[in-house]
Design a protein around this ligand. Structure first.
Ligand code: PRP
Length: 174
């Protein structure tokens, strides 16, 4: 039973167009190179799957599992890694793919974690950017949409593990 009251913020056709635009920009920026695309589980899996299929540069993929602790709409500020990458990234060009930047703590943690392994470059592509809630001064290199401080679900994003499967990005109504 669907008990979440929600309204569509970005429908799937708008999402598809924006993903194609992002992939076009990224493909131009990395022309002639091979990317290692690292997705942050779980939220990024749908966006990453769509994005890499629109790239015109080759890529390899890997994943980390990070969670900012606590259920519900606010983060405690503690980032926990339960799965690391399995690929060597030394001297490689890395693109981290994330569903949403919120406080910025998750991505700040991951960028610092990966820098220790001496990649050639690291950039971040986030589908959504909630700028108003930053606690770490983090800027993504590629952003799909900048949004206000609502609680969004769908296209990989969850509310207590519900609603990741929705094809649209929706806002939960108070
Ligand atoms: C969410 C989201 C990002 C992170 C962003 O993950 O998917 O990874 O929080 O928050 P931050 O910028 O405040 O750190 P969550 O911990 O809910 O896990 P999930 O990806 O499995 O949903």
């Amino acid at each position: 039973m669907d008990i979440l009251q929600k309204e569509v913020l970005y429908p799937k056709d708008v999402i598809k167009k924006r993903v194609q635009e992002l992939a076009g920009t990224i493909s131009r920026d990395y022309e002639g190179k091979e990317l290692i695309v690292i997705g942050i589980l779980k939220g990024a899996f749908i966006f990453m799957a769509d994005l890499i299929r629109c790239l015109s540069v080759p890529c390899r993929v890997d994943f980390v599992r990070l969670a900012s602790y606590g259920e519900g709409p606010s983060s405690s500020g503690r980032v926990v890694m339960t799965k690391d990458i399995e690929t060597s990234i030394k001297d490689r060009d890395i693109l981290i793919v994330e569903d949403v930047v919120d406080t910025g703590l998750t991505l700040s943690f991951l960028v610092n974690w990966l820098k220790e392994r001496n990649p050639h470059s690291i950039k971040v592509c986030a589908f959504l950017d909630k700028r108003k809630r930053r606690r770490a001064p983090f800027e993504a290199d590629y952003v799909g949409f900048t949004i206000d401080d609502g609680f969004v679900v769908g296209y990989g994003l969850d509310f207590n593990e519900k609603a990741r499967f929705l094809p649209d990005i929706c806002v939960i109504k108070e």
